[in-house]
Design a protein. Structure first.
Length: 119
């Protein structure tokens, strides 16, 4: 029986496809991990601000109110929300670009492999 002349090349392309798909899966897991870190950070900051506001409210009841502190807490809280929102948007954009590039590379490898003759 005659050996398929393109078998080695097909095998190499299949290996490259497998590597790209593995990298794609790793990228998705990394994205989920970063999203979780951003969410955890945001939750911790919100919890801290709620605690600070509670301290401020109890302080306000026992002494002269300081209106600027309340405004400052809200401004910092909004800034952190904007920061985490921007980080999430940037993560989504970067992931989308990398994902599209990987998908294109995988598709190209599939086409190369499928174009090889079976002789």
């Amino acid at each position: 029986m005659q050996r398929d002349k393109s078998a080695d090349q097909r095998l190499e392309l299949a290996r490259q496809i497998s590597q790209k798909e593995y990298h794609h899966d790793e990228l998705g897991q990394e994205k989920r991990n970063i999203q979780n870190q951003i969410e955890n950070f945001q939750n911790q900051m919100e919890q801290s601000f709620r605690l600070e506001e509670a301290h401020y409210d109890s302080f306000k009841e026992t002494s002269d109110p300081l209106g600027w502190e309340s405004v400052a807490y809200r401004e910092v809280s909004k800034a952190i929300q904007r920061l985490t929102s921007n980080q999430t948007e940037q993560l989504e954009q970067d992931y989308r670009i990398e994902n599209n590039q990987l998908q294109d590379e995988i598709e190209t490898l599939h086409q190369e492999r499928n174009a090889l003759p079976w002789d």
